[in-house]
Design a protein around this ligand. Structure first.
Ligand code: AMP
Length: 114
């Protein structure tokens, strides 16, 4: 989608600190990091959010999680642990409507989340 910032990052039209990419997904550093490691994993295909990741997208959803594990190993947070977050909609404060998996690590996390 032309007016989608994450589509433009995936296409290489907008610069981003890409840490991993393959045919299906791109992972890049969040510009407003909430932890020492904060990477976003997105599909190259435009999907608006997790609510749209139905059965047709089961394989793609798995690829997002697998790419997050790869990022965690690369970023050296696999052993200490990390948190995956996907926000859907207004109350969850989703702000970019191209589905993305937050990979957060490098510090102790709190529960419940805010
Ligand atoms: P969410 O609130 O779940 O929709 O998260 C969107 C995330 O995208 C936020 O953490 C933003 O800091 C991040 N973000 C927005 N624009 C960019 C960008 N151009 N490059 C990297 N991260 C971005």
């Amino acid at each position: 989608m032309e007016d989608c910032i994450f589509c433009r990052i995936a296409a290489g039209d907008i610069p981003a600190q890409v840490v991993y990419q393959d045919d299906d997904v791109v992972a890049f550093r969040d510009t407003n990091p909430q932890a020492p490691v904060h990477v976003l994993v997105i599909p190259r295909e435009h999907v608006p959010g997790p609510l749209a990741l139905g059965d047709d997208y089961a394989a793609l959803a798995g690829k997002l999680v697998a790419a997050a594990a790869q990022v965690a190993r690369q970023e050296d947070i696999a052993d200490t642990g990390y948190r995956l977050v996907m926000n859907e909609g207004r109350q969850a404060q989703q702000s970019v409507f191209h589905v993305h998996l937050h990979v957060l690590g490098g510090r102790a996390m709190h529960w419940p989340p805010g």
